[in-house]
Design a protein around this ligand. Sequence first.
Ligand code: EPU
Length: 436
Amino acid sequence: MDKLVIQGRRPLRGTLSVSGSKNTALPLMAAALLADGTTILDNVPHLRDIATFSNVLRIVGASVKFNPERHRLRINASRIDFPEAPYELVKKMRASFYMLGALLGRCGEARVSLPGGCAWGPRPVNLHLEGIKALGAEIDLDGGYVVARAPGGRLAGGRYKLDPSSVGATINIAMAAVTARGASRIENAAIEPDVVEFCKALQAMGAQIDGIGTRTLDIEGVDELLPIAYPNCPDRIELGTFMIAAAIAGTPGEPVRLTNANPDHLGAAFIEALERTGTRITIGPDYVEVIAPDEIEPVSITTGIYPGFPTDLQAQWTVLLTQARGTATVTDTVYTDRFNHIPELNRLGVQATAKGETVTVEGGHTLKGAKVMSTDLRASVSLVLAGMVAEGTTDVLRIYHLDRGYERLEKKLSAAGIAIERVQYDEFAQPEPHAA
Ligand code: EPU
């Protein structure tokens, strides 16, 4: 297995480039199944989740080729003849559940494994199922699988109100609706940039969608969608992670530049909160410059749906607060128990406790390197950030979680001054007995 070994307290400087968005690439890949022919997606990050989802697409009959140097993915969906997403792949990645909408839209039937548990508590799919049922699908559960069928081979279309608003359910329902016989309306639709970009791609394929970027999506089903060549957008969560890295590990007064970015996708709440810590931010059309403050002000945040503070940045914010001169809180209202990183951060000397949906962080304590373990994607990167500001050596174990969503993280950080390397280790090695 691989781990990251970090020698802390080296300044982050220079330029880091942001990769393509994982959470936008995945629904774009699913949408490619709706068109008979070859869809080409550019700016697709070279990540484990993309490889896993490529395998999901291959199972149903698509041919998928990835060029990692060009970050170009070619999906030929001319022959989709096995409408099933098996447990072995869906359990690895919840986004595989997008196959429900994609296969219903393309084949009029789907057999998709339920995703099951997650690293941080329940993440239900009730809204996906209810929404797709509202479009006219017949749905049964069979041995852990959702079996869905469009009567007559094509969904009728219908109306559904999401409560709460959900990124994944909006995407799944929209994917099933674009090729329905009639009209559909999704109310309280998600307006996260991932959803907006996905809807724009569907539109480019020929889908009839009104209200993109608003809470109500009106979709008129069409007979056919066409394959497209489409550029994926930059990863907003990677950008936010690097902005936090620059605030805590940059040299005060010296800008760290983040390129290939789309700052609009971050949402106002994150940028405002980071500015209130004293961090100076300059926003360009496709770059962001961040200047670390002399002293970080403790700023409490509460996550929310877009344009609120992203839940995918709360673990990283907790690390920022360890460097502040005072106490502040992190409250997650989207996933109320997404705090597996706290006991691991405690091992580095972080003074933080989780109670209910809130973590209280006491800043100003020196962090000391230790061995810590990744538990999920964003938790993993928070451990890397903590290792960057801790004294001594930090080993972040089990980084297969990190590899799901951050492309070449150690290469990007080491090129910007951080002492970090990937090392193979034996997860089951026993410590040597103490010599007499
Ligand atoms: N929800 C339900 N029922 C459902 C679906 C969602 O109650 O059927 C609830 C959830 O429990 C949650 C809220 O709705 O409280 C919002 O969840 P949402 O469905 O929007 O999340 P998701 O689509 O499953 C995506 C991202 C996550 C990100 C969330 C929130 C992808 C592949 N995943 O998940 O990203 O945290 O939106 O922004 O796009 C990550 O990248 O690390 C990650 C977990």
